[in-house]
Design a protein around this ligand. Structure first.
Ligand code: 5GP
Ligand code: MN
Length: 335
């Protein structure tokens, strides 16, 4: 962020601030939003966090999570708050279509300052201030950097540290991907500030209900298909599965990653039949870019090793489309 001094001066007077993150917020979305919320609150700003849709239960313990406004529940109030904000933060997403209707409202604003902090590829938001760093493990890592850039590292308290830790923990798959010496230095500082990593791991990862494990068993036993030639694994769920297992938003989180545990699998796809679309979650190992596959063929995007997209075709049609695309990537897959 080149114009950090300008932003610092803008924030030197109490402002009306709205923090937004993407639909189906994950640990990084809520971690970065609440970290920024608690940080800005220290300066007497009026700060609100708005998400397009509800956050999952495994982050409900986070300080002030219950104060977050959900657009799906309070659309009018959300639009009002966005419209009267002086500054809007866009965290953990880089394209306004990731926040649905709220994005359309933000696109019409003229005098509102936009601050984008994100780690996805190909930013597509006209921001007045931005940190866009695809090499970062998480937006939470960038929030730490942002606070440090503002000269306020000493303002990071244990509440902010817990939020930042949550996003780093979840987006790195428990310190498996996108780690760096710098990241571990940040994490070390967070622990010094009083983050109880054992407690947070337990709150975040050991909070499943029985139905989640039953669903996982169903996916692995009945819904998994392996395509050895293209080192690809697919797990799919149809509308009946959603009913039978009472699957709600967030209940399928992490299932796609099980495919990557297979020794010979390099691409993992989790394909689900939603009410109006078919949604794809793609993961890969090493140099294989599922971002390219998601963007080119499924109107999506994300990161090189973790992307998503959608299709208006049937479930079967979407699975077949993916299978037909794979030969184009044979070279990349066998490299
Ligand atoms: P997930 O598979 O967990 O839903 O998403 C993995 C990554 O892909 C996330 O970083 C998310 O931001 C991105 N992603 C998921 N769905 C979409 C989509 O429909 N469009 C775009 N541009 N990115 C997506
Ligand atoms: Mn993220």
């Amino acid at each position: 962020m080149e114009n950090i001094a300008q932003l610092k001066s803008l924030l030197s007077i109490p402002k009306d601030i709205v923090i937004t993150s993407h639909r189906n917020p994950d640990g990084d979305a809520i971690g970065s939003s609440l970290a920024m919320y608690h940080y800005l609150n220290e300066f007497g700003h009026t700060v609100r966090v708005i998400f397009p849709s509800e956050y999952p239960d495994f982050v409900a313990w986070m300080s002030d999570a219950e104060k977050i406004t959900i657009y799906d529940i309070e659309p009018e109030r959300s639009e009002e708050l966005v419209q009267k904000a002086d500054i809007i933060f866009c965290l953990d997403y880089n394209s306004l279509d990731r926040i649905d209707k709220l994005g359309e409202v933000i696109a019409t604003l003229k005098d509102t300052q936009i601050v984008m902090i994100d780690h996805h590829l190909f930013p597509d938001i006209q921001a007045d201030f931005q940190i866009s760093e695809p090499s970062a493990s998480s937006t939470c890592e960038l929030i730490y950097d942002f606070i440090a850039m503002m000269g306020d590292r000493d303002k990071i308290n244990v509440t902010i540290a817990e939020c930042i830790f949550t996003g780093i923990l979840t987006d790195t798959g428990s310190f498996k991907y996108s780690t760096s010496p710098k990241l571990f230095k940040i994490v070390s500082h967070l622990l010094e500030l009083g983050v109880d990593d054992y407690k947070l791991n337990d709150l975040i990862f050991n909070s499943l209900e029985e139905k989640h494990l039953r669903l996982l068993g169903h996916c692995l036993k009945n819904r998994m298909e392996i395509i050895p030639e293209y080192k690809t694994g697919i797990i799919w769920l149809n509308r009946n599965d959603y009913e039978q297992f009472d699957i709600q938003r967030g209940d399928t989180e992490g299932i796609v990653n099980y495919l990557l545990k297979l020794k010979d699998i390099k691409i993992a796809a989790f394909i689900t039949e939603q009410p109006t679309i078919v949604k794809l979650s793609l993961r890969s190992k090493g140099n294989i870019s599922v971002q390219e596959i998601a963007q080119k063929h499924f109107k999506g995007g994300g990161h090189k090793n973790a992307s998503g997209g959608s299709s208006y075709s049937t479930l079967k049609g979407t699975i077949n489309k993916l299978k037909q695309i794979l030969p184009q990537y044979k070279e990349m897959i066998s490299a």
